[in-house]
Design a protein around this ligand. Structure first.
Ligand code: NDP
Ligand code: HEM
Length: 482
């Protein structure tokens, strides 16, 4: 006998064999009474949960957030108090690709963090860019469809991508980021993360502020060129997931500074840009970044399916001291994610170890598929038998006034708002000459795909000309458009 465990069925019964099914004689037909064979085959057929409809391919790791500065004048959120340490799980991803797709394709990268706080889970479900392609959630599924596959050929189609983008000028800022080399990061360790949306912070006295999160890589920004990224698609489609796992297992723990931009509540009304528009940043000259702490990733998951595939992040997981802003995209996302998890994982997804809060749960929600921790009596509230009772005072400060007509409309433009002013600032003031050269060649390469029509190429040139005439001219030259 060795120390080796004996194979069992899922019911723990010693398995009859690792290799032979039960048959009538060595060459005979199989028997229905071989329940072990049936269990193996039936369970195999049920191994997959649906992949995420976006951000399907990714990887993650655990870590810890440490707050080094006193921001109690801005928020009472416990995790952001000076000296606090909070455990976290971070999942990185590409957006458009399926579960088996390559890591180094040109795409934004997801940067989703779950903080296991004293007040329950706080999720910041962001990307590696501070902005997004659209500003109204009603366009999200259409946008994603344009990035995924055609209905007829089941192939990606750059013509339909440019069709959507050129008909949606609010995409110009995010597409500019995407077409620089930051659209192909060298690794997940070498990119920033952003909360992207504006959120509400309120302090113990009920004073309110608007906040944006920036997670700045301590490894430094490093990108792949378009050619390097394409080569890696063929050579090692799992390049990023392998890089993160290897670094952490070698003790090379990646870290990010946690920076915030803070806007006094009253500034929002007549700030030069609409501060709730997800296609805009707040220029640093208006609201500088303040470092409040840092986080480190220091532990790999042990089981990919259990911990990464079944992880469910939700922008609606906010803790006292933090609230949503009226950003329409954020408002849409507050609904979308828990709905996706109930479908993809099941209604009790919050009981799985990676999703479960590290604090006791006293909810009156109960039962449902696969539930194994269930509240006892009383099963209703209010009750007079000392069951859990809410404490609304924890949320004092979150309230603010809004009035208006019920309407379907574009949001209000502020003084300096247009769709091109910020990508123009990126092109004119931020990018180096090399960055600009690569951006032009990346655009030209993307819009030179055989399916992109001559008419679409003209629209692509107009799109970039709106940002800057030099950029438009260089794209026109590259695409051979007069
Ligand atoms: P700043 O010069 O103060 O900031 C420019 C920012 O751009 C820095 O955060 C810089 O930080 C980042 N950056 C540098 N190279 C690139 C690149 N290739 N792609 C994307 N970002 C890059 O100017 P402003 O705050 O006035 O912003 C000017 C423009 O910079 C904006 O219109 C926007 O396009 C872009 N930007 C602004 C950010 C903000 O929050 N204000 C954040 C990111 C970009 P780093 O190199 O560390 O990323
Ligand atoms: C994943 C919807 C915009 C970042 C998802 C998922 C859905 C979704 C349904 C899959 C969730 C799952 O099955 O686990 C939407 C909708 C949006 C929107 C409706 C707009 C209205 C955004 C924006 C960002 C973002 C603006 C970033 C700023 C992410 C990330 C993931 C994700 C990082 C992957 C989370 C993970 O790692 O599990 N989104 N999304 N999304 N989304 Fe969005």
């Amino acid at each position: 006998m060795t120390d080796r465990p004996i194979t069992t069925t899922d019911a723990g019964i010693p398995a009859p064999s690792d290799e032979f099914s039960l048959s009538v004689g060595p060459n005979g037909p199989l028997l229905l009474q071989d329940h072990y064979l049936i269990q193996k085959m039936a369970h195999f057929n049920r191994e997959r949960v649906p992949e995420r409809v976006v951000h399907a391919k990714g990887g993650g790791a655990y870590g810890v957030l440490r707050i080094t500065e006193d921001v109690s004048r801005y928020t009472k959120a416990k995790l952001f108090q000076k000296g606090e340490e909070t455990g976290l799980f971070l999942r990185f991803s590409t957006v458009a690709g399926e579960l088996g797709s390559a890591d180094t394709v040109r795409d934004p990268r997801g940067f989703a963090i779950k903080f296991y706080t004293e007040d329950g889970n706080y999720d910041i479900v962001g990307n590696n860019t501070p902005i997004f392609f659209i500003r109204d959630p009603s366009k999200f599924s259409d946008f994603i469809h344009s990035q995924k596959r055609r209905a007829d050929t089941h192939t990606h189609d750059h013509n339909m991508q440019w069709d959507f983008w050129t008909l949606s000028p609010e995409s110009a800022h995010q597409v500019s980021f995407l077409m620089t080399d930051r659209g192909t990061p060298r690794s997940w360790r070498h990119m920033h993360g952003f909360g992207s949306h504006t959120f509400l912070w309120y302090n113990a006295a009920g004073e309110k502020f608007w906040v944006k999160y920036h997670f700045k890589t301590e490894q430094g920004i490093e990108n792949l060129t378009d050619a390097e990224a394409r080569a890696l698609v063929a050579e090692d489609p799992d390049f990023h997931i392998r890089d993160l796992h290897t670094a952490i297992s070698n003790g090379d723990h990646p870290a990010w500074k946690v920076n915030v931009q803070i806007m006094p509540f009253e500034d929002a009304a007549d700030y030069r840009f609409n501060p709730f528009d997800l296609t805009k940043v707040w220029p640093h000259s208006d609201y500088p970044e303040i470092t409040i702490g840092r986080f480190v990733l220091n532990r790999n998951p042990e089981n990919y399916f259990a911990e990464v595939e079944q992880a469910g992040f939700e922008p609606a997981n906010l803790v006292p001291g933090v609230g949503p802003s009226p950003d329409k995209m954020l408002q849409g996302r507050l609904f979308s994610y828990p709905d996706a998890h109930r479908y993809r994982i099941g209604p009790n997804y919050l009981q799985l170890p990676v999703n479960a809060p590290k604090v006791p749960v006293h909810s009156y929600n109960r039962d449902g598929r696969m539930r194994y921790r269930n509240p006892g009596d009383p099963v209703y509230a209010p009750n007079s038998v000392n069951g859990p009772a809410a404490d609304p005072s924890l949320y004092e400060g979150e309230n603010y006034q809004v009035t208006g007509e019920i309407i379907r409309s574009a949001h209000v433009r502020h003084r300096e708002d247009d769709d091109y002013v910020q990508p123009r600032a990126l092109w004119e003031h931020v990018l180096s000459d090399v960055d600009r050269d690569h951006m032009v060649s990346n655009i030209v390469g993307h819009a030179s795909a055989p399916e992109v029509t001559a008419d679409m190429k003209k629209r692509v040139v107009d799109y970039w000309t709106n940002i800057h005439k030099d950029l438009g001219q260089r794209v026109a030259q590259g695409l051979g458009v007069a």
